[in-house]
Design a protein around this ligand. Structure first.
Ligand code: ADP
Ligand code: ZN
Length: 529
């Protein structure tokens, strides 16, 4: 039997109160919902936790027909549908995890007009048969969640999203809504263009999460720093520690446990039952610290996470924002803490170099990394930098490490010139290039076997940098890398000059460096070997 799902509620507010039990809409929710209920298109940019789901679910409940939701993450789809069913909303999904019989049952329910919401994975919609099926029913609204996946410049590009552009032509008269929690100005423009949403109304919420305090420390001994950070927190708080590799996750969790911290590991390589056990302990118990790869946290609704710590540098500001955004979703004070160092920069650049993709792709990844480094090395307010990245202007926040403790800067032009000319001379005179350690040894006038063997004592810059400690120099190198005044190159991450280096060498450009990050690396002094 064919049918059209009737309207379940007369007004959006009625739906909000009956289904979700909330008194009022938040922020732009009401305006975005009104736009779509009236039949218009909408683009909604709202940070994680802002309440995007309500924005498309409510119109589906108020309008006649079934709401079609395009969602890229199957796990999230399941969670959403379960939550909706528990609230008495008729929701279902179509994806690759289902049997043919389950799919057929969902299709029948849709055509019979029994569904308020139908979730589909984007690749399903590339399939003409799926589109034909959907066209036989009646849609109330089309929602495209995680709309930033359409951006080829973004960090999360999914080719299937490009095919969503013509949904407006396939289903004329059905209002469309694109939603995302990560959109720079460029991504926002791409969403508008590629999803053919030129006539849409735009709802851009602030991305600020004022209750999150941002802190970024120079990495000396990440695990030791992490332990003292966690110990500085009140007893019993729950937190997440993000690391890049599975090995790092396991070793860090073990290290924390050895220090008496109730830490659990979580990554895709662990058996499903272990992951499930760890996740449920994290959700239910006090004082659990989850050490995880970034796969953990998506779709996990734990509002009272008090800190998110990164011991490896995230690949992009978008990633950093998303991951730190899992802290303090209850609005209470929370901390985003990170330790990063030169090793992170070198490792990430190498991963990009050796990774897949063409030159343009690598360049984009490089740009993402540079933006991340700029946030780490900024002498200004972290939040200002972060929000600025998302196209939002703001005043210094007073709730980040740089605001709370103004970083002192100093004129690092001469130090930069010493390092740059050492690099240039080695290349020009001997066709050699080296990593930071050896270059610093030269500048510090160290007498290592390698320096003697290579007769680097004869270089004119040998010993010229003895006024700074080894640790200071490491920080200078890191900051110059961040400012793109030197570049890490090749398989071994040796240091080379960049286009911008020339102006510094010629004395045409002043280099301002952060003073407070100097000397934080556990220095070994001048190495004698
Ligand atoms: P997003 O998808 O934007 O990350 P969600 O839709 O998951 O956010 O919503 C985040 C949380 O806020 C959820 O627990 C949701 O139920 C809650 N929420 C959404 N809208 C409201 C509202 N108007 N009032 C109170 N809580 C809300
Ligand atoms: Zn600040």
């Amino acid at each position: 039997a064919r049918g059209v799902r009737p309207s379940q509620y007369a007004t959006p507010l009625e739906a909000l109160r009956a289904v979700y039990g909330y008194d009022a809409f938040r922020g732009d929710q009401a305006a975005a919902i009104d736009q779509v209920v009236a039949g218009g298109d909408a683009i909604v940019l709202m940070p994680t936790g802002g309440g995007k789901s309500v924005c498309y679910q409510v119109p589906a409940l108020v309008r006649e027909g079934t709401g079609l939701v395009v969602s890229p993450l199957i796990a999230l789809m399941h969670d959403q549908v379960d939550a909706l069913l528990a609230n008495g909303v008729k929701a279902a999904y179509l994806n690759s995890t289902q049997s043919a019989a389950q799919r057929a049952a969902t299709e029948r329910a849709y055509l019979a007009g029994e569904l308020d919401l139908l979730y589909v994975a984007p690749e399903r919609l590339s399939n003409p048969a799926t589109r034909a099926l959907i066209a036989q029913g009646t849609l109330s609204v089309i929602a495209i969640d995680e709309a930033h996946c359409v951006s080829q410049w973004g960090h999360d590009f999914r080719p299937d999203y490009l095919a969503l552009g013509d949904l407006g032509e396939t289903f004329p008269g059905v209002p469309r809504m694109a939603l995302t929690a990560t959109a720079t100005r460029a991504t926002h423009a791409e969403i508008t263009e590629r999803l053919h949403l030129a006539a849409a109304a735009h709802f851009v919420c602030s991305f600020d999460r004022p209750n999150i305090q941002y802190r970024i420390a120079a990495k000396t001994d990440a695990r030791k720093q992490l332990v003292s950070f966690i110990r500085s927190q009140p007893e019993g708080v729950v937190g997440i520690v993000y690391a890049l590799s599975r090995k790092q996750v396991e070793q860090t969790a073990e290290h924390l446990r050895a220090q008496g911290i109730d830490a659990l590991a979580y990554h895709a390589g662990l058996p499903a039952d272990v992951r499930a056990r760890h996740q449920s302990r994290f959700l239910r118990e006090d004082g659990v610290v989850m050490v995880a790869t970034i796969a953990f946290g998506m779709g996990i609704d734990k509002p009272d996470v008090r800190f998110v710590a990164h011991i490896d540098l995230p690949k992009s500001v978008e990633g950093y924002y998303q991951e730190t955004g899992r802290a303090g979703r209850d609005g209470e004070p929370a901390i985003a803490w990170m330790a990063y160092g030169l090793g992170d920069v070198v490792q990430q650049r190498r991963l990009i170099d050796q990774g897949d993709g063409d030159r343009a792709h690598k360049q984009r990844q490089q740009q993402h990394l540079d933006a991340m480094l700029a946030l780490c090395e900024t002498v200004q307010c972290r939040r200002q930098n972060l929000l600025g990245y998302f196209g939002e202007e703001s005043a210094p926040c007073g709730n980040c490490d740089t605001c709370l403790e103004q970083p002192e800067t100093f004129d690092g032009t001469i130090a930069a010139q010493k390092l740059l000319s050492t690099i240039v001379r080695l290349k020009r005179e001997r066709n050699q290039s080296f990593g930071a350690g050896h270059l610093i040894d030269i500048l510090r006038g160290a007498s290592t076997e390698r320096i003697r063997g290579q007769r680097h004592t004869e270089l004119s810059t040998y010993g010229l940098g003895a006024d700074l400690t080894d640790a200071d120099w490491r920080s200078v190198v890191r900051q110059l890398l961040a400012q793109d005044l030197i570049a890490s190159q090749g398989e071994y991450g040796t240091l080379g000059i960049t286009e911008a280096s020339g102006a510094v060498l010629r004395g045409e450009r002043t280099v301002l460096l952060r003073k407070d990050v100097l000397g934080r690396t556990s220095g070994s002094g001048v190495r004698k070997a």
